[in-house]
Design a protein around this ligand. Structure first.
Ligand SMILES: [Zn+2]
Length: 323
């Protein structure tokens, strides 16, 4: 390495003169420069740090403000969505689920896990912790509720589909055309037996009609029995599913065969007076889960409430049972 050479300017001679400083003097000079530079450096650092907002910092701060404003907007929009959601949930519980006979969904299920604050501990360390945590919570809450609601609707769609089929199958009309109810002869319950004159339980409803009057299936189903049956004469038994069966007795003619699929309103036979009968009439039974039920409760598709009341009165008439 080359040895360093020092010069000093001499104002008298107006020239540079070479000097040979001692080692001590050279170390001292170097130290003095070092300390001066160091002090100036620190000074500048503090001046800049405290008095001048460096551009990068300023940008970050602006960005931060924007994010905060955006968070506030998000939070408000989430509030609105949660309100809409609450409305949907209320309709779901009080209307749809009631109509389709499903239990309302408990609030604890709809809001499961939302109260748990430990999941937000990481967010708590942030500057705007409250805003960020509350917004995140709202979002979690909404996500949970949307999920539960969506499941509920899926369930209701399925229920709605089976309900539709159920409504097509269960007995819901009268088995003979009976517009003015004049054909209603006798109802279900304890009656005097027309032949033995003893008190006997009448398991169906009688419709007085001329021989040859069409008899209609009262709901969709499948013919289980079609033929002669002791007491019932020419009779048909239809399986409707969902626990329901209907029987049509004393017919003059049967128009269906066992195993045949039947739609509501389809003609299955003609009124007659076969079997144990005192005159042309249709004896109609509704059987639910193996037990006879009062057919008067199964005409809701073609009876107005007023007609229903009249029919109840006529059917309770004790003297006209035709068996
Ligand atoms: Zn009868």
């Amino acid at each position: 390495m080359r040895k360093k050479i020092f010069y000093v300017y001499n104002p008298h001679t107006l020239s540079y003169e070479r000097v040979f400083p001692s080692l001590r003097k050279r170390i001292f000079t170097a130290l003095r420069h070092l300390i001066l530079g160091f002090t100036l450096g620190i000074l500048f650092f503090f001046v800049f740090y405290y008095f001048v907002d460096p551009p990068r910092e300023r940008l970050l701060k602006q960005e931060n403000d924007k994010i905060e404003a955006q968070y506030k907007i998000l939070s408000k929009r989430l509030d609105q969505l949660l309100k809409v959601m609450a409305d949907i949930q209320q309709r779901d519980d009080n209307l749809y689920r009631v109509i389709l006979q499903a239990d309302p969904i408990d609030a604890s299920v709809r809001n499961a896990g939302i109260g748990n604050m430990t999941r937000y501990t990481e967010l708590m360390k942030l500057n705007d912790a409250d805003l960020v945590v509350s917004t995140t919570r709202k979002l979690d809450q909404l996500a949970r509720q949307v999920y539960v609601q969506s499941n509920s609707l899926d369930e209701l769609v399925k229920l709605g589909q089976t309900q539709e089929d159920r409504l097509k199958c269960i007995p819901a009309i009268q088995p003979v055309s009976n517009k003015d109810l004049k054909r209603t002869a006798s109802g279900y319950g304890l009656r005097i037996d027309p032949i033995y004159k003893t008190r006997k339980f009448h398991e169906g409803m009688d419709f007085a009609a001329e021989t040859g009057t069409p008899v209609y299936a009262t709901g969709n189903g499948k013919v289980a029995e079609a033929g002669w049956k002791q007491g019932y004469g020419n009779s048909v038994l239809i399986n409707h599913g969902y626990g329901y069966q209907t029987r049509y007795a004393h017919m003059s003619k049967i128009l269906v065969r066992p195993g045949q699929e039947i739609k509501r309103g389809e003609e299955i036979g003609l009124v007659g007076s076969t079997g144990k009968s005192t005159g042309p009439h249709l004896h109609y039974e509704v059987i639910y889960k193996g037990k006879h039920d009062n057919p008067i409760n199964y005409y809701f598709f073609d009876l107005s409430p007023e007609d229903y009341d009249r029919m109840v009165q006529i059917a309770s008439n004790q003297g006209m049972v035709m068996d």
